[in-house]
Design a protein around this ligand. Structure first.
Ligand code: PMM
Length: 288
């Protein structure tokens, strides 16, 4: 899933693709590099960010969704607002990527449920960017995130979103410290046990910059792609459905390597191997 942030202030690519013309060029380049999906977002969710108005978000997102609808890959809209989701679906989006899992807007789940052919990504989330870091308190980060995410899953099902339309995302970097992100990733496979596709968004995130810091200074965002690729490889091995990424070519290569390895190992099945990986071929969810 290639990231197309049409925001002035995202942490890694803020402002770069803000004009529709540049956004379309970048989307095309990501498809050429092997992206299977494009995720268009008009609100920065980075810690400390302030929210745009609904009109401003619509103004950023909708012309870009319309313009890239002809590229031949599904479009996801990264929004917490039902109104933006509704208009973006009308403009050509077929996935709603809601980092709040329905918590930020009471109308979101019903809006998505009203479109039976639209997928819904529910991410683990506790609070908006302005206050999210203050919420990074857990007794057991894996157990707590799992419990809270499954509550959002249950809310989505209760609202009428079909189970096979749901994608779960642990929400790396959202109300989580660096250490908590690593603990979550160490147990990333556990999110796959619930029968839903899993999306992972670790691309260029701060915990990678901290890992690669020199003299106490985090590695800049645009130099975190190799570390991102290492995590993409692990995701592909685990059977994660998609990774949300700024840099596409290297991630695609990582996925191809794992897919090749899997097709090789299937000629001599290893005991305990789980073949359900979606990044690398077969879909993990029962319904599709
Ligand atoms: N992270 C960001 C934005 N949207 N959506 C999902 N589903 N998962 C994520 O981890 C996620 C997201 C923040 O990263 P960005 O500012 O680089 O887009």
């Amino acid at each position: 899933m290639g990231i197309l942030n049409v925001t002035p202030d995202s942490f890694s690519d803020g402002g770069r693709w803000a004009s529709p013309t540049r956004a379309v060029e970048h989307a095309r380049a990501m498809v050429d590099d092997g992206a299977d999906l494009i995720d268009v977002g008009g609100e920065s969710t980075r810690p400390g960010s302030t929210r745009p108005s609904v009109d401003e978000e619509l103004h950023r997102v909708v012309p870009v969704v319309e313009a890239i609808a002809g590229l031949g890959v599904p479009i996801s809209v990264d929004t917490m607002r039902a109104e933006v989701a509704r208009v973006a679906i009308g403009a050509g989006a077929s996935i709603v990527n809601d980092v709040s899992g329905g918590l930020a807007d009471d109308s979101m789940l019903a809006t998505v449920a009203a479109h039976a052919d639209v997928d819904y990504v529910a991410m683990h989330w506790r609070a908006h960017g302005s206050v999210m870091n203050a919420e990074a308190h857990y007794d057991d980060v894996v157990a707590d995130v799992t419990r809270e995410l499954l509550q959002r899953r249950d809310a989505a099902l209760a609202a009428g979103i079909a189970a096979d339309r749901l994608v779960l995302d642990p929400g790396y970097g959202f109300s989580k410290t660096g250490e908590q992100n690593w603990q979550l990733f160490a147990d990333n496979g556990s999110f796959l046990q619930h029968g839903h596709r899993v999306l992972v968004g670790v691309s260029r995130k701060r915990f990678l910059g901290e890992l690669l810091a020199a003299d106490g200074v985090p590695r800049p965002a645009e130099r975190r792609d190799a570390a991102t690729q290492a995590l993409t490889t692990l995701c592909a091995l685990q059977g994660v459905w998609a990774v949300r990424t700024h840099e596409v070519r290297g991630q695609r290569d990582a996925v191809e390597v794992v897919a090749r390895l899997r097709s090789t190992s299937t000629t001599r099945p290893a005991r305990g191997t789980d073949d359900s990986g979606s990044l690398t071929g077969a879909a993990p969810d029962p319904g599709r």
